[in-house]
Structures are given as structure tokens and as C-alpha cells.
Write a protein that binds this ligand. Sequence first.
Ligand code: MG
Ligand code: MG
Length: 255
Amino acid sequence: MVTIKTKEEIAKLKKGGKILHDLLHFLAAEVREGVSTKYLETLARKKIEEVGATPAFLNYTPHGAARPFPAALCVSVNDVVVHGIPNENPIILKNGDIVTIDTGICFEGLYTDSAITVPVGEVSKTSELLLKATKEALNMAIKVVRDGATTGDIGIAIERVAKKYGFSPAEDLGGHGVGYSQHEDPFIPNFKMRGKGVVLKEGMVLAVEPMLNEGTSRVEFLSDGYTVVTADGKRSAHFEHTIVVTKNGAEILTL
Ligand code: MG
Ligand code: MG
């Protein structure tokens, strides 16, 4: 079911979104060579508690999953597209890696979701371009959002930017409604799909989150049930904001 949030709820989501933005940028500043992904998880849990929020991902069981997610963050390094688990098989970051930090919080009963990909030290030109393209895909996707546009328009905008740079949106994955819970309808495609999808209405709150792959769009799941990697081992980047649909556009809540 697609829900419409009230003005009061949107004001609360904006407060939570600001907390989430600050948390992500605090964690991004900790990213450097030699840092463990588990360390980022430990820091995040401490910070989230300090600000009076709760980690939305920790112990959340997505539809169809065999077990709850065991961490507050998804930390996805290089060829990991999404849902890397930082506290199981932690990874020590190396110079030249790219690392996505994706997290959600619940603040005053409402959920926000955001992700950024950051370089570790000096990265290759291709990785730099992948980050730039994915960020641009998110911006262009948000630009097409307004009352009366469709989820299909978002997918088209993301795929167009990916193609311009010679990259590809990760198959099947996409964004979602958010706010009352971690994942709500509608599905937000990151690629051109059949039909127009769902018509956007003022007050809908959406997590828009392009994931662009350097090579093939194909992905595979690892045996932990969560980690998604590129099928060809090439890199993937991911940027996400929680936004609210307005009459003539969109407002970013995770700023
Ligand atoms: Mg997310
Ligand atoms: Mg999300």
C-alpha cells in the first residue's frame, strides 16, 4: 500500500533525515586505509544511540529473508553492490577501494534511509567516474519527481545517466517507499521498465537509490543471504536520499 504522510510527519522525517545525514557524513570522515568495516558499525551504533534514534536495519527481516539483518549499517566494498554485513567477515579498507555506507534510522517513530559511496585514499579514474555518475543519477532522478510523475520516470532518468557514462544500473534492485516502516510500496526502479509504474502524489515519501555497476548489470547473492555482488566482479556505487514528493518537485529529507 502506498501511503501519504501528513505535514507534521514530514516535519519529523526532516529532523530524522538531518540526523541521518550527519551520521553518514561522520562515518564517511572515518573512512581511510586500515579501517575495518566493523569499526564503522560500532561507531554507528554508538552515534545512533547518542542521538536518541534506533537503527532501522538491525534485526530487520526483509520479505523472503531467512534471518534478520545483523547490523545497523550495510557496508559494501568495491564489487559488493548492496547489503554488505560489516560485523560478519569484516573487511579492512585499502587505498583505492570504494565503500558504500547505507543506513536507516527510526526517529520519533518515523524511518529515513540514505547511502553514500566514498573513495578510500586515491581511487582509479574509472572509480571516480562511477561515483560521479551514480551521484548524478540520483540528482537527475530526484529532478523528475513531482506530483503526477511516475516511478517509471525515475527509472528512465537513472538509466539515461548510467548509459551516458557507459555504466549499467544493477538489475532488479531499486528504491522504495519509506516512513512508517523501512520498506513500503511503491518499488522505485533504477532502470527503464515496462509501463509507467505508479503515479506519484504529493506527500509520498520515497527512498531513491541508484546503484550503478561499472560492467554488467547482472548481480549475484552470496551464501550469507544478504550480500549482493556484481556477477563480473567489477565495481558498483550507490547513492540514496529519502525525499518527499511535492506539488511541483521534491524535497530531500536526508540533508
Ligand atoms: Mg538505504
Ligand atoms: Mg533504501
